[in-house]
Design a protein around this ligand. Structure first.
Ligand code: DMJ
Length: 612
């Protein structure tokens, strides 16, 4: 216990200058008398009016609002200074400091540079159709897709310094996780605490192979020790089958392959077998949730449906588990799902609805077709299972090829004014120009297919779509994409990408960086690295928390007020930073795309050598 002198206490002292004169005392007593003569109702009314005036005064004071908004919530400032939070001692602390690359004297890229580059080109091309981009910058349509980025611009930041910038970003994210969330699922970097989802150290497991690929040996060794000594799946906890398969099972399997360390294989077997009760349904279409301690499984409380993307995006992992263990039960369970979905009615030119019933095994809520949430990775896993198994499973390939034709026929449109190709959503015959950021996995998947000898026009479409995904970042004021974009299709629109208020958040998602990586690997066009570098700079500028970690943000449209959500998703370490690193690496053998397929959480699994 501290001595009394050092303990916190509050003292009130009347100073001499505070003593009253007789006149003042008299006036005070007289006021008091009048106050006491009032009825209780009169006194209450006066007090209520005074309170009302006080509250109105505070609420309408612009200075106070700005102070509260910028200070208490930890936002960026308008004048380009660093944002701050008001901590409990009333001191200001920086939350989102200068990106490390700037500290090292590297030139910042991102929207301001893009803006001036495009602006000067506009002046040079008079008569070109001009559009207004972020911060009112005028962009010449013809120049936006200029692939002729000067070599000097690319070389100004060296290859190695980009890789180091990713390592530094990872270390910074890891520091936050280690300091405030070690062994828990997710870091809450602003409140310096953690959030549990399954209570299984999700971020740590998701990040294992990223550390290995980035060469962060000390961090990896510490995390490996936690897995070996602390991680237990013997817990009475409900987990989501899909999320725990792609993040935990996938993360453990890929780390086993990269390291050869059997501790990861043993853990993978343990979680894999604990997830199997999900497949005990009347239809064999799995439930969404499993209790890994009790061995029971169930649908969500409100429905007996599962999500189509979820039940068809666990196959890479369970197939691999069967191959490694020699036990076919995992593979049989997940291939049964694929076989059923292959035969189902209710598809539209190969496009699937978003829900499937665990009792009947039939699609439900038919009529809506999207490449976004709830359907996305169904398409990704058709192609990747075909590659994983040695390109022999024809049903998978047929379904994939038919679906891509379905996308072309039903979902593709051009935006205005730039003519960006986007993937909309079909709802009962009506095309909505809505595109989730999640859809940005598609350019990478199309490019991967083309690399594996699928039609060359898939690569052309991939190139068009990745430019759209990049513009979802570049047309925003922060240079970061919203969760969902709406594309203008009307003549005379000023910019292509519109965002609804509810969709302005950015969760540090990986899909665009993932596709940039594939496009760069296959084309070697340096513009993809440059675009990725811009995006990394903007993550550093608007989402980095000074005490460690990165935070998803609420508003990509307001650089002065991005409004951190206080959460670092595990996929930021598992996927986003890994894809950044692979994008900036020029080594085609660093996770060769002929030897590995990435699961949908960016965990590389081997293409089967002698595909059975
Ligand atoms: C990840 O968990 C996976 O990439 C999944 O396929 C989609 N959602 C997140 C990332 O956005």
């Amino acid at each position: 216990m501290l001595p009394p002198s050092e303990r916190d206490f509050v003292s009130l002292t009347l100073s001499e200058s505070g003593s009253y004169t007789n006149g003042k005392q008299w006036r005070r007593q007289s006021c008091l008398r009048k106050w006491k003569q009032l009825s209780r109702l009169q006194r209450s009314l006066i007090l209520f009016t005074l309170m009302l005036l006080l509250v109105c005064g505070i609420v309408t004071s612009p200075t106070l609002i700005a102070h509260w908004r910028d200070g208490a919530l930890g936002e960026n400032t308008d004048d380009g200074k660093q944002p701050f939070v008001l901590d409990l001692k009333n001191e200001y602390k920086f939350v989102l400091p200068e990106p490390p690359s700037e500290k090292k004297g590297l030139r910042r890229r991102g929207p301001p540079v893009l803006q001036s580059r495009l602006h000067s080109k506009t002046n040079a091309s008079e008569g070109g159709k001009a559009v207004v981009s972020w911060r009112e910058a005028v962009i010449d349509q013809g120049q936006v897709f200029d692939t002729d980025i000067k070599e000097a611009e690319i070389q100004e930041i060296t290859h190695e310094s980009r890789l180091e910038a990713v390592r530094e970003a990872f270390r910074h994210a890891w520091k936050g996780y280690k300091d405030f969330a070690w062994g828990h699922d997710e870091l809450k970097p602003i409140s310096k605490s953690y959030a549990e989802w399954f209570g299984l150290g999700l971020t740590l497991i998701d990040a294992l192979d990223t550390m290995w690929i980035l060469g962060l040996k000390d961090e990896f060794a510490e995390a490996r020790e936690w897995v070996a000594t602390e991680l237990s799946f013997d817990k009475n906890v409900d987990v989501n089958l899909f999320e725990s398969t792609i993040r935990i099972l996938g993360g453990l399997l890929s780390t086993y392959h990269l390291t050869g360390d059997s501790v990861f294989l043993e853990k993978a077997k343990d979680i894999g077998s604990r997830l199997m009760p999900a497949f005990n349904t009347a239809s064999k279409i799995p439930y969404s949730d499993v209790n890994i301690g009790k061995g029971t499984a169930h649908s969500p409380q409100w429905t007996s449906d599962s999500t189509v993307a979820e039940v068809t995006s666990v196959q890479l992992e369970f197939r691999e588990l069967s191959r490694l263990t020699g036990d076919p039960k995992y593979k049989l369970a997940v291939m049964e799902v694929m076989n059923q979905v292959h035969k189902l009615d209710g598809k539209n030119d190969g496009l699937v609805p978003m829900f499937i019933n665990t009792n009947s095994g039939q699609f439900t809520h038919q009529g809506i077709y999207t490449l976004g949430a709830r359907a996305d990775s169904y398409y990704e896993y058709l192609l990747k299972q075909w590659i994983q198994g040695g390109k022999k499973e024809n049903d998978l390939l047929e379904d994939y090829l038919q679906a891509i034709e379905g996308v072309k026929k039903n979902l593709l449109r051009k935006s205005n004014p730039l003519g960006l190709t986007f993937v909309g959503e079909l709802s009962h015959g009506h095309l909505s120009p809505k595109m989730d950021h999640l859809v940005c996995f598609l350019p990478g998947t199309l490019a991967l297919g083309a690399h594996h000898s699928l039609p060359a026009d898939h690569m052309e479409l991939a190139k068009e779509l990745i430019e759209t995904c990049y513009q979802m970042y570049a047309q925003m004021e922060t240079g970061l994409s919203p969760e969902i974009a709406y594309f203008n299709m009307h003549e005379g629109s000023k910019q292509d990408v519109e965002v609804k208020i509810a969709d302005r958040h950015n969760l540090l998602r990986p899909e665009t960086v993932e596709s940039l990586f594939y496009l760069y690997r296959f084309t070697k066009d340096k513009k993809y690295q440059l675009w990725g570098w811009e995006i990394l700079q903007n993550f550093n500028k608007y989402t980095r928390v000074s005490t460690g970690g990165y935070s998803s943000i609420n508003n990509v449209r307001d650089p002065a007020y991005p409004n951190p959500r206080d959460k670092m998703e595990s996929f930021f370490l598992g996927e986003t930073l890994k894809y950044f690193y692979l994008l900036f690496s020029d080594d085609p053998d660093l996770i060769s795309l002929d030897k590995y397929v990435f699961n949908t959480e960016a965990h590389p699994l081997p293409v089967w050598p002698d595909a059975e």
